[in-house]
Design a binder for this molecule. Sequence first.
Ligand code: BTN
Length: 264
Amino acid sequence: MTMIDPDYLEEQLKDSSFYQRILAFQNVTSTNEVARRLAESGAPSGTLVVADRQTAGRGRHGRSWHSPAGMGLWFSLLLRPRHPEDRWYLLPMVISEIVASTLKETLNIPLVVKWPNDVLYQQRKVCGILCESSSSVRAFEYIVAGIGINVNQLEEHFPEALRTQAISLRQIVGHELDRVALLLRLLKALAERLAPAVEGREEVRLRAWQTMCADLGEWVCLEFGEKSIEGVLRRVTDTGELVIEDQQQRLHTISYAEASLKKP
Ligand code: BTN
C-alpha cells in the first residue's frame, strides 16, 4: 500500500496557491473532525487533511463512514470563503459535480450524481460528501468539505450490510488504481473550480450537475418546512433550484436550501 506523502502532494501542487497547508495521517478519527479543530484554531483556507484510515469516519445524518486503511481517499478541505453570504449551501452539490466529472473523465466510467451530493455507479455509492460549516452566527465563515471515495476495495472489504449499496472504483474498472494519482487529479480540479468562488471573484454556481443527475425525470417527493410536493423532477438550475412538475402539470420551483428530496 502506498502511503499518502504530504511533501509529495505539496510538491505536485506547488503551482497553485489554493492549498496552503497539507497534512497527511496514517490514522485519524475523522479528517472532518481534525479539519474542524484546525479551523477553530485559525488554520487558513486551503488546509487539507488526508488520512490513510479513519477510525470514526463520519457520514451524513449521523451515520458512520467505513474508511479502511489504504483502500480509499478520505480527505477534508477547509475553506474560508471571502463572501460567506454567497450560496455556499450549494457546495456539496458543486463538489459532487467536480468529483463525478473528474472520475468520469479520468477513468471513462458512467457515474451519476444523486441529490444532494452522492456520486453513484448503477445506484451504488462510490463517493460521499459531508460539508460542515462553522457554528458561529456567520454561517459560512468556514466550511469543512469532507470527501470519501471508495477506490481499491474488493467486495469482501465492505461490511456485509454495505455490499449492495457501495462500490469501489476498482470494482467498476476491474483493476487496482493509483490512489495518489487520483487524489492529485481531484485536488487540481477542486482548486481550479473552487478558487474563484472562495476568493470572491465568482459566485457559487453549479455547472453540469443537471447533466449527471440520477433523479432527473424521476418521480420524487420534496419536503420543505411543513409542506411537501410530489412530482417529476424536471430541472435543476445552476443556482440549485429544483423544478418539479406535479400531477396537474403545474411547475414548482423550490430552492435547494429549503428543501429535502425523498423518493416516495
Ligand atoms: C455520506 O455520504 O454520508 C458522507 C460521507 C463523507 C465521508 C468523508 S471521508 C472524509 C471525511 N471525513 C469524515 O469523517 N467524513 C468525510
